[in-house]
Write a protein of this length. Structure first.
Length: 347
């Protein structure tokens, strides 16, 4: 087999980040290490801020990402007997209902010494070559991901992943690597955890819009991309989430996607924006409570993906995404796997 088939991870379908995006991501880093014995390219959605990361045989690449820091805020779970409003007629109405739902939740800041534990279900795409190395094959993966992120600046944090199922031709040894721990250790300038950094943000929608505009400019797609990352971070601070949804409601190009579901299968409604490259990026809300469930990227047409070992057609309707399942505060990190990877967060 060609060595270029060695396992890599690709973050695709992502607008180039602005300086504001990168500055906002200083607090956390997620990287991928090429795994021995793996053959393929794993395309995963933004765990919370869309970034692109690629790992080729014997090499490692790192990309900045934002980690969600939040306390337990009752994510997900519909309450059909107590809907906040009638089903929304358009994207603007849904975002306003989401803003109302967020505003009813209290802001909570983790105490010093605590860790924020987030559980997610990630839907991703694994592309592998056939035995002859001439044809690319697509396998859909579901991966459990957990994060333990310190409330204090300068403390290490942990990411844990485990693939739970696959649909497609890739053999099990290509995608099932058991429990994989990565410990992220701060450098000399670790930055601030997301909750601390967002604690200084205003909650007035006009001021929030001005702050986003300062980093992205007026382009609606760049504003939408920035908003998606901020929404994921601000689960800990729903008063800020409420303002973000109101800002999003004023963007040109947003559309309502009714009667959908997140990658965990929970019924929802989505607001999306076409990226102009054959994909649409969505925020998904519970169908009855209008609380945030997660995000996804959907192919709106067949697309050609360029991979390290060739090209493959990504079909219309293919979806990658992340569902946020639970968020709570715990007193410490769990026991870390003895073969955990260790990464240092750069300045």
């Amino acid at each position: 087999m060609n060595e270029m088939e060695e396992l890599g991870r690709v973050w695709a379908d992502t607008p180039e980040p602005s300086a504001h995006d990168l500055a906002a991501s200083r607090a956390a880093l997620m990287s991928t290490i090429a795994r021995p014995g793996g053959r393929g390219v794993l395309a995963r959605p933004g765990a919370f801020l869309r970034t692109r990361r690629v790992a080729l045989a014997g090499a490692m690449a790192a990309a900045l990402t934002v980690g969600i820091l939040a306390t337990q805020v009752g994510l997900g779970g519909s309450d059909p007997g107590n809907p906040l409003a009638a089903p929304p007629a358009d994207a603007q109405t849904l975002l306003k209902l989401a803003a109302r739902a967020a505003a009813e939740q209290p802001d909570t800041v983790p105490a010093r010494g605590q860790y924020v534990h987030t559980r997610m279900l990630v839907q991703s795409s694994l592309f592998t070559a056939d035995e002859a190395g001439t044809r690319q094959q697509y396998t859909e993966l579901l991966v459990n991901e957990e994060r333990w992120e310190a409330a204090d600046v300068g403390k290490p944090w942990l990411s844990r992943e485990q693939a739970v199922s696959a649909t497609g031709p890739a053999p099990r040894d290509r995608w099932d690597h058991g429990v994989e721990d990565t410990v992220y250790e701060p450098a000399a300038c670790p930055g601030q955890p997301a909750y601390a950094r967002l604690g200084s943000w205003p909650t007035d929608p006009a001021q929030v819009r001005a702050k986003i505009l300062a980093g992205t400019g007026p382009d609606p797609l760049r504003m939408w991309s920035s908003l998606q990352g901020l929404v994921a971070e601000s689960v800990v601070r729903p008063t800020l989430s409420a303002a973000l949804y109101q800002v999003a409601a004023g963007l040109d190009g947003i559309v309502l996607i009714p009667d959908t579901a997140d990658v965990a299968g929970r019924p929802g409604l989505a607001v999306g924006m076409d990226r102009g490259d054959g994909t649409r990026s969505d925020l998904i809300f519970d169908k009855h409570t209008y609380r945030y469930l997660g995000e996804r990227t959907v192919n709106t047409r067949d697309r050609t993906a360029k991979l390290p070992f060739g090209e493959v057609i990504e079909r219309k309707g293919k979806t990658n995404g992340t569902a946020v399942l639970t968020v709570d505060v715990v007193p410490s990190l769990p026991e870390v796997s003895p073969n955990a990877s260790r990464m240092r967060i750069p300045c």
